[in-house]
Design a protein around this ligand. Structure first.
Ligand SMILES: Nc1ncnc2c1ncn2[C@@H]1O[C@H](COP(=O)(O)OP(=O)(O)O)[C@@H](O)[C@H]1O
Ligand SMILES: O=P(O)(O)OC[C@H](O)[C@H](O)CO
Length: 519
């Protein structure tokens, strides 16, 4: 391109929505366009998504953005792409998909997690990656396919993640980023593949499936002619491959600011709780759980615990209420029920009612891993009504957050939060009291898209370092400090101790129940 434009586009291909967001080079959001994502779940625990459809949806979101911003193509200095992490997106000859992608929500590899976790090499694998095995991950899914669906791997040339697939369509380059490469197959210290890890996963014979690792703050590839035609952007526009969405969101929401590391929780479909740290400060736990995910800042990583299901618990409870109301002849939109959560919470009285939010079909992954873990209320009595159940679910998300931070050392001194449920004042108050720390909600609307756009901003030299970029894009948008309520914090101390006791006591029963389930 002859002259550099004044817009950076961040693409965030999430599990529920694919967004394309335009930012000024200094970080101000100009416009956004989105397309609802589609995936299919099956009785066998599968959760799959069409690769072609995902690219079409991404291109459609970009064209939608073009309809909102005049001369978007001419003004775009660069674009960058992130997306839902883990999962397996296989491509073969001519870059054609090999079947549908297995998403991070796919539970089919559960028996392979159990088998690999029991091997003598697993601790060495954990110490390299910093990451415990769970059903979501590509390493486990490839190991599972290698045993039970080898024909898939025989047809595949490269194993990609969601954002890598979109990058391939945008640029024609097969690559992955340092974060997913190192937490799945490598070492978080040097951000490269590690043969010890590949061996521990039993994937030596499939090593050639792993693509080149590139860092999107250091290099870009030009938008291809085909992608330009599909998206309405100009061929040659630099494209940056982002890190996995979990850290892009946290980067945009303030997991680091003013050169200081902080803590950040994303309360979306899944709950992601992380602390930015220098590599030597990472503490690997004895249980071998959690993730260590690199940030696009030299020497800085995030230590992460992620509870599989967060707002899907709220959506499940509200979904049941909605179905009952519909049966009684009163259709209510889901969004209307979501808007009433704070009201129900306020109408309920604190009581010793616990909810464990393991509603995902794939069980739990943080701070403990059990594909058969399932949700439950403890302490119900006839005095409890629907608002009490809503309160218990919201408080359950607070307990799960504390459980995750407790597995990473001391509670954070300040918590930054983002994700859909951060809109709820009940949830904010609960999280703050559950970890007994003040919190801030970023005023940034699209934290994931902003995080990845920041990588492109550094790549094209709009900023010299990521910390310089953070000073403009993140720090001014950190919201006001919201302090915890002391009485609520004291109550949650008691609830939390019971919460941990119950989950530990009930765990053996999950395995028994899994044995009698149809799967
Ligand atoms: N005001 C609110 N009160 C409680 N929960 C909310 C509120 N607004 C949104 N949510 C929850 O957040 C979810 C959407 O979160 P979001 O981060 O957009 O999802 P995703 O992780 O799939 O991208 C909704 O489905 C709902 O459960
Ligand atoms: O799609 P969202 O909920 O933004 O992100 C999903 C994570 O990347 C996934 O949980 C990784 O396993």
């Amino acid at each position: 391109m002859a002259e550099r434009g004044d817009i950076i586009i961040g693409i965030d291909a999430g599990t529920s929505v694919i967004k394309a967001v335009a930012f000024e080079l200094s970080g101000r959001q100009i416009a956004s366009a989105s397309v609802r994502n589609r995936y299919v779940t099956g009785e066998d625990g599968s959760a799959t998504q069409s690769l072609e459809q995902t690219w079409r949806d991404c291109a459609s979101a970009l064209r939608g953005l073009g309809e909102k911003v005049e001369n978007l193509a001419g003004r775009t200095a660069a674009l960058a792409v992130t997306g839902q992490g883990d999962g397996t997106w296989l491509v073969g000859s001519g870059d054609a998909p090999v079947g549908d992608a297995w998403l991070w929500l796919d539970a089919r590899a559960a028996p392979t997690v159990t088998r690999l976790a029991e091997t003598s090499q697993n601790r060495a694998r954990f110490e390299a990656t910093g990451t415990g095995l769970n059903t979501c991950q590509q390493g486990v899914q490839l190991a599972h396919m290698n045993r039970f669906r080898p024909e898939l791997l025989d047809r595949a040339e490269t194993a990609l993640h969601c954002k890598d697939w979109l990058y391939l369509n945008l640029t024609g380059v097969r690559a992955t980023d340092p974060s997913e490469a190192s937490f799945t197959f490598g070492n978080f210290r040097d951000r490269q593949y590690d043969d010890v890890v590949i061996e521990a996963l039993g994937l030596r014979s499939r090593r050639s499936l792993l693509p080149e690792i590139i860092d999107g703050t250091e290099m870009t590839h030009p938008l291809s002619d085909t992608a330009a035609a599909a998206t309405g952007l100009l061929a040659g526009t630099p494209v940056s491959l982002g890190y996995v969405d979990m850290v892009m969101t946290a980067l945009g929401a303030g997991v680091r600011s003013s050169g200081e590391n902080s803590a950040c929780s994303t309360i979306g479909s899944t709950g992601v709780h992380m602390r930015a740290k220098a590599v030597p400060d990472v503490q690997l736990n004895a249980e071998g759980t959690g993730y260590v995910i690199a940030l696009p800042i030299p020497g800085i990583v995030t230590q992460v615990q992620t509870n599989m299901g967060s707002t899907i618990n709220i959506d499940w409870l509200l979904g049941i209420a909605g179905e009952l109301m519909a049966e009684a002849g009163k259709e209510v939109a889901h969004s209307e029920l979501v808007a009433r959560v704070d009201d129900w919470f306020a109408r309920s009285r604190p009581s010793p009612l616990l909810y464990h939010p393991y509603i995902s079909e794939a069980g739990e992954r943080g701070p403990f891993v059990n594909a058969y873990a399932r949700a439950g209320f403890t302490g119900l009595s006839t005095r409890h009504g629907f608002p009490d159940l809503v309160r218990a679910v919201v408080e359950g998300l607070g307990m799960a957050t504390r459980d995750c931070y407790a597995a990473m050392g001391d509670m954070p001194r300040e918590l930054r939060i983002t994700g859909g449920a951060a809109r709820s004042s009940a949830l904010r108050g609960t999280l703050s009291a559950a970890v007994n720390a003040p919190l801030r909600v970023s005023k940034r609307e699209e934290t994931g898209a902003a995080g990845v756009a920041m990588m492109a901003a550094v790549a094209i030299g709009a900023y010299r370092t990521m910390d310089d970029c953070i000073a403009d894009w993140v720090t001014p948008l950190l919201g006001d400090l919201e302090k915890p309520d002391a009485d609520q914090a004291a109550r949650y101390d008691t609830l939390f101790s019971a919460y941990v006791q119950v989950r530990q006591a009930v765990a053996p029963a999950w395995n028994v129940l899994a044995g009698v389930s149809p799967r």
